[in-house]
Design a protein around this ligand. Structure first.
Ligand code: 1HE
Length: 260
């Protein structure tokens, strides 16, 4: 089902998981303006039954980043607006209604890495590689990468990637924090779906706190963060669903935490 104005972005529902697919494999899922606007609209208007989402790419690569053929002469003002359009769209992914799990394979480069960084969990298969070729193309990140990527790997590693063109493979990407999981080739989508189904069983308010409140707390000075945490904790534990889940545990009807 195409639920956006772009033929290159598709949505299907798998139970209560929204599965969003970048479907422009002939251009390695490069993100033109139409796709960026479609991503914004898609994540602003996910079906109400969605409790989690998975984002993946069709073909051999997750995403080749900005569609370089659209990088025409822009004046400074137009450049700002273009970058802000990306910010708005990727904010809709990060601060949409549900947690988003990215299933990565092949190239996750430039704006593709910026998009993956806006998701809440990243699962990479062994074919995945990460780069920020903006540094060698004479440009700069413009899709939120300078804010989100250092939060994952630190400013020093991002600086290295951009100054030297360093490419990380899947295993090293997981080691430094670009993904949280590495799986065998071809298994990223399956793993991402498993995680999303599990996430969908959480109390919606807990998922909301993790996707909307935790990143804000992380930006606050410690004493503000602790106050925000106390507020969120009180709101979450007052919800009827929290009480029901806590009672279920106390009555021996809920799963214990198991040693892995
Ligand atoms: C593209 C793009 C693109 C492929 N824009 N058309 N991103 C980059 O600098 C990465 C550029 N792409 C690549 O390095 C490679 O294409 C890949 C490693 C991703 C894949 O390689 P491969 O051998 O599988 O494919 P290909 O033959 O290079 O590309 C297939 C077609 O896709 C080809 O078009 P064709 O008409 O000749 O068939 C390519 O031109 C096209 N294609 N990538 C446009 N990115 C908000 S700021 C963000 C700034 C950035 O993201 S800068 C980094 C951009």
């Amino acid at each position: 089902m195409s639920a956006s104005n772009s033929p290159d972005l598709n949505l299907s529902m798998d139970g209560d998981v929204a599965v969003v697919c970048l479907s422009r494999p002939i251009k390695r899922n490069a993100l033109n303006d139409g796709l960026i606007v479609a991503l914004r609209d898609m994540f602003q208007n996910l079906p109400s039954q969605a409790k989690a989402a998975v984002l993946h790419g069709e073909g051999d690569h997750f995403c080749a980043g900005l569609d370089l053929s659209e990088l025409k002469e822009r004046d400074a003002g137009q450049g700002v607006m273009h970058s802000r359009m990306w910010h708005q769209a990727l904010d809709c992914v990060q601060y949409g209604p549900v947690p988003v799990v990215a299933a990565l394979h092949g190239a996750v480069v430039g704006g593709g890495l910026e998009l993956a960084s806006a998701c809440h969990i990243r699962v990479a298969d062994e074919s995945t590689f990460y780069a920020l070729p903006e540094g060698t193309r004479g440009i700069f990140v413009g899709g939120g990468g300078s804010v989100r990527v250092p939060k994952l790997i630190g400013a020093a590693r991002m600086t290295d990637m951009m100054l030297t063109g360093r490419v990380y493979n899947a295993v090293d990407g997981e080691r430094i924090g670009l993904s949280q999981y590495v799986v065998p080739n071809g298994e990223a989508l399956t793993k991402a779906m498993d995680l999303a189904r599990r996430i969908a069983t959480n109390a919606p308010l807990t998922n909301y706190a993790l996707t909307h409140v935790l990143p804000r707390i992380a930006e606050q000075p410690a004493d503000h963060g602790l106050m925000t945490e106390a507020m969120m904790a009180a709101i979450a534990q007052a919800a009827p669903e929290a009480k029901a889940r806590l009672n279920a545990f106390l009555q021996g009807k809920a799963d214990k935490v198991k040693k892995p």
